[in-house]
Design a protein around this ligand. Sequence first.
Ligand SMILES: [Zn+2]
Length: 165
Amino acid sequence: MSIGSELKAVYDLIRSIQRDVKDAALQRAISEVLAKLNDVLFQLGDQIRATLEFERENQRLRQGNAEMKQWDQDKEQHVLKHLSPGVYVYAAKDLPGAGGATENKGPYLCPNCYQQRKKAMLQLAVKGFDGSHYRCHSCGLEVVDSTDRVPSEILIAKVREPGCW
Ligand SMILES: [Zn+2]
């Protein structure tokens, strides 16, 4: 039984006793006691509401704290990777090929979203002669990985091919 319901039971008990009291002075005294008890019940209600609100806020803070810790842990697993002049993305630290090899690349994480503590995968949109074009489906950012562009000697050879362009 909570304090609130126990106090309410006491209130009801005193009230039922009051019905049988004939003495007017005693009646007034009991009424005063009941009024005071009523005040206490109201204050208790306010306090319970405040405590619940405090607990909810505490819960929110704890959750935010846990998310921040999780993010910091995740951050440890990623490094900023230079794709082409002025183009940086985030990639897993132990990613095969993170050292610059063209095979086994990705997944890359969008640098825009990463700054907002969001992990959004960059999707390969198209492979052009200038490299792989990646797109973030969350914010729309497009980056070009020019490390895997078609080597210029192959491009030149292609241009010289009869019938090409
Ligand atoms: Zn993004």
